[in-house]
Design a protein. Structure first.
Length: 88
């Protein structure tokens, strides 16, 4: 899989605790929540902006890489097929 880059759109793979940007109250970001990568911390964690449908940020959190999946808009080219393994 390719590295996650700044401005990629990502989705959470599990629920995480966060703080609402305006109210400063605790909120729960659910698995499946979509955000935009703002900063890359050596591919170990990422600063993610979570915004509503109007583009208003409601949370900005640092999330570990294993809790994110980048959204893909194009198919990946398969370089080789081996039994039980696909190489991209």
């Amino acid at each position: 899989m390719e590295n996650i880059k700044e401005y990629d759109i990502v989705v959470l793979t599990q629920d995480i605790q966060a703080t609402h940007k305006q109210t400063h109250k605790p909120i729960l970001l659910r698995r499946g929540q979509v955000g935009t990568v703002l900063m890359d911390f050596e591919q170990k964690a990422f600063l993610i902006d979570f915004a509503d449908q109007d583009g208003v940020t409601y949370a900005m959190e640092t999330v570990d890489q294993e809790k994110l999946i980048p959204l893909l808009y194009q198919p990946c080219e398969v370089l080789a097929l081996r039994p039980g393994k696909i190489i991209f």
